[in-house]
Design a protein. Structure first.
Length: 368
């Protein structure tokens, strides 16, 4: 395709006459006519102006076209820079006429329809708002039925969820979240929470508390994996991960200071071992003191009749009191003074260590 043909095609797409284009460029209409008929080409200095006017690259003027997917992406990018939603929608619709099966164009257009619906709602133009919203819903449904790209389908389901929420169709919005792929778990959690919030549903608190607890467990597991991965290779880095885990384990201490105390006990044990590996006697002793305090805390908590986490930590987990999965993890606590014996070779000559060991022996003998 020649430069002249490209200029003609882009001019028509922009809705300009030859004379209008000439006026914008400061040339005669006859010059534009000669370009388009390949009688002559624009001066080199005209190409940047033409590219900016048409919203394309200079390569595009010379006929170097992007692959369809990239060209569609370029159309979306240009549409994003439009000054009005109406102009944005018109550009995306024109793009779909050229690439009728491109999912990114459909998703972008659906989002623009939804945005227009919200704007018209604020302007109290109910009819136009509903019309725009229905256009969004139709386009999303069409993409979901026809597209084989799972990621794009997930994106369409998310846009459709928002459209249903604005329409007050909360059950359909929740159904969209259930249809998301496993890879879109983030969208599912956030989307469902937003639907429940918009619906004013009491289930929101229960759902939120369950997600918070699941996130806490997941982060704890990941940090343990990181610590173990660096334990033998890089004790200093493992110590940093261990410090983060220590803070994580204490997130819900309010009204429940023994929240997962056994895990804190083991975290303190890891901390002590890492300090020993780094030959830091002061840090190791501090970790052991904390570990012994946690061990005593676990023994005290073990005497409670109800170990159910939600019942004891009612500020954060009051909606999960009947959830069988919210059982706190309990484990047998080893003989604390015997545990300290493992550090005799490293801290045996330290007065603070000997005092701590004597204190633990006395407490265990007295049954405290």
């Amino acid at each position: 395709m020649s430069i002249g043909t490209n200029i003609s095609e882009l001019r028509r797409a922009k809705g300009l006459t030859q004379q209008q284009l000439a006026e914008k460029l400061g040339v005669s209409g006859q010059s534009v006519s000669k370009w388009e008929n390949d009688v002559c080409a624009p001066d080199v200095g005209q190409f940047p102006l033409l590219a900016e006017l048409f919203g394309v690259s200079i390569d595009r003027l010379f006929g170097f076209r992007l692959p369809d997917g990239e060209e569609a992406r370029a159309i979306v990018d240009r549409a994003d820079r439009c000054e009005s939603l109406e102009e944005n929608i018109a550009m995306l619709k024109a793009g779909l006429e050229k690439y009728p099966n491109d999912p990114q164009l459909k998703i972008a257009l659906a989002m623009s329809w939804l945005s227009l619906s919200v704007v018209r709602d604020h302007e109290e133009k109910t009819g136009e708002a509903e019309e725009a919203r229905e256009a969004c819903i139709r386009l999303c449904r069409e993409l979901i039925r026809s597209c084989g790209d799972r990621q794009r389908v997930d994106e369409a389901l998310e846009v459709l969820r928002r459209a249903y929420v604005y329409a007050g169709q909360y059950e359909r919005a929740l159904d969209c979240m259930e249809r998301l792929s496993p890879e879109a778990w983030q969208l599912r959690i956030v989307g469902k929470a937003q639907v429940l919030m918009q619906r004013g549903d009491k289930e929101l608190m229960r759902f939120g508390q369950r997600q918070i607890f699941t996130l806490w467990l997941t982060m704890d597991t990941l940090l343990m994996m990181m610590i173990s991965g660096y334990y033998s290779r890089d004790a200093r880095r493992a110590l940093a991960f261990s410090e983060v885990r220590e803070k994580l384990l204490s997130l819900f201490d309010l009204v429940c200071p023994d929240f997962f105390a056994p895990r804190k006990f083991m975290a303190a044990d890891t901390w002590a071992k890492l300090q020993r590996a780094l030959e830091d006697k002061e840090g190791c002793l501090a970790a052991l003191r904390r570990q012994m305090a946690l061990g005593l805390q676990c023994k005290a908590a073990a005497s409670l009749e109800d170990h159910q986490l939600a019942a004891r930590n009612w500020i954060f987990f009051d909606q999960l009191k009947d959830d069988p999965e919210m059982q706190e993890e309990w484990m047998p606590i080893p003989n604390l003074s015997a545990h300290l014996t493992k550090y005799e070779d490293f801290l045996g000559d330290d007065e603070g260590f000997r005092s701590l060991k004597a204190e633990m022996e006395m407490k265990e003998k007295s049954g405290n």
